[in-house]
Write a protein that binds this ligand. Structure first.
Ligand SMILES: [Zn+2]
Length: 326
C-alpha cells in the first residue's frame, strides 16, 4: 500500500449534474422518504465511467491498493468501495454506506482476489466503534475502522522484511499501538503474508536483486516507482542497500506519463489501421483522464511538474479540455 494525499477531484460523472451525482441525489430522496428502502446499483455503476477509472489509475497505477500486486495488462482492476455501498457483513441492521456509493473518496483500485474473494462487504470496526449512518456521517468524523486506507501513514507503519525469504509484512517498531493493531489486522485480513501475495513479492525481490547484480539501474528505479507492484517494499529495500537509486517524484510522474502516452500512441496506430472497438475507445478516454487527473492532483510532486511533462510529450493541448473540466 502506498501513501496517498486526500483527493478533492471533482469528476464530471460524480459532481454537478453528472450521472453519478444525480444517482446519489435520487438515492438520498428515496431514503428520506423511506429509510428502509432497498437501493439497487445494478445498471447504475457510474464508477466505471472513463473519468473515474482514469482518475483512479492516476493515483494507484495498475496496482491493487490492498495487496500491492500488479494487475494484468488488460485488467482495469475493480473499483472497490472501501466502505461497502449495499450492505455490511456482520451488521445486517446497517444497510451499507449507500451515501458513499458515488463518492470518489470511497473508491480504491483493487484486484479481483482482494475485492471479491476476500473483502466483499466486510468493513469491520474497532471494538465499541459506532457505525456511522447517513445522518451522522461526515468526512473527518468517520467510524473507527480496523482496515488501513492509503491516506493513513501506511508507509511509516508497514515494514516489509526484504531479508526474510518470504518478505513478510510487519508493523514498524515504535509506532502507536492502534497503528500496530491496524497493520496486523489489515495484513491478516487480506492474507498479505500468504499466497498469492507472498509469491508476488518474492518474485519482485528476485527481479530487483537480479537487476542490481547486473547493474540495470533504471530497471531498479522503475521497480521502486509508486505505480509499480510492491514498490513500497522495493523502496524500503533500496533505502538500506542503494538509497541513491530511489526514484524522485519527477521520475515517478514521468514514468507514468510516458507509459500512458505510449498506450495512447498504440491506440492511435490501431485507429489509423483498423479503427477502434468500443472498448478501445473507452480505454483511450481513460488514459486521457488519467493524465488530466495527474495534472490536476498529482499523488506526489506539483501540478506544474505534470504540466511541463505533458508539454514535453506533446500531450498538453489534448489533455487541457479534460483538465479544465476538473
Ligand atoms: Zn489485491
Amino acid at each position: 500500500m502506498r501513501k496517498l494525499r486526500r483527493s478533492s477531484l471533482q469528476l464530471p460523472t460524480l459532481a454537478g449534474s453528472g450521472k453519478g451525482a444525480r444517482a446519489a441525489a435520487d438515492d438520498a430522496t428515496k431514503k428520506q422518504a423511506d429509510s428502509s428502502a432497498r437501493l439497487s446499483f445494478k445498471g447504475r455503476e457510474h464508477w466505471r465511467e472513463p473519468d473515474v477509472i482514469g482518475a483512479l489509475h492516476s493515483r494507484h497505477g495498475h496496482v491493487c491498493a490492498y495487496c500491492g500486486c500488479g494487475l494484468a495488462d488488460k485488467e482495469k482492476g475493480d473499483v472497490e468501495h472501501f466502505r461497502p455501498k449495499g450492505k455490511v457483513t456482520n451488521a445486517p441492521e446497517h444497510g451499507g454506506y449507500w451515501w458513499l456509493a458515488f463518492s470518489f473518496r470511497n473508491y480504491l483500485v483493487s484486484c479481483w482476489h482482494c475485492n471479491q474473494v476476500i473483502k466483499g462487504n466486510h468493513f469491520p470496526l474497532r471494538p465499541r466503534g459506532k457505525r456511522r449512518t447517513a445522518s451522522n456521517w461526515s468526512w473527518g468524523n468517520e467510524d473507527v475502522r480496523w482496515l488501513l486506507h492509503p491516506e493513513d501513514d501506511v508507509e511509516q507503519w508497514m515494514v516489509i522484511d526484504w531479508r526474510d525469504p518470504l518478505c513478510e509484512i510487519q508493523p514498524r517498531d515504535g509506532i502507536p499501538v492502534t497503528a500496530r493493531q491496524q497493520v496486523v489486522w489489515t495484513r491478516d485480513f487480506f492474507r498479505l503474508n500468504e499466497e498469492p501475495a507472498i509469491g508476488s513479492r518474492v518474485r519482485t525481490k528476485e527481479r530487483v536483486d537480479e537487476a542490481l547484480k547486473t547493474e540495470r539501474f533504471s530497471e531498479v528505479q522503475t521497480a521502486a516507482c509508486r505505480y509499480q507492484p510492491h514498490s513500497l517494499f522495493v523502496r524500503q529495500m533500496l533505502s538500506e542497500v542503494r538509497p541513491e537509486l530511489i526514484p524522485d517524484e519527477e521520475f515517478e510522474l514521468k514514468w507514468m506519463i510516458k507509459q500512458t502516452a505510449n498506450k495512447l500512441k498504440r491506440l492511435a496506430i490501431q485507429l489509423s489501421r483498423n479503427g477502434l472497438s468500443k472498448a478501445e475507445k473507452a480505454l483511450a478516454k481513460e488514459y486521457l483522464w488519467t493524465l488530466a487527473a495527474l495534472w490536476k492532483e498529482p499523488p506526489v510532486g506539483a501540478s506544474s511538474d505534470v504540466e511541463a511533462l505533458l508539454g514535453e510529450f506533446g500531450l498538453k493541448s489534448r489533455v487541457q479540455p479534460l483538465f479544465d473540466r476538473l
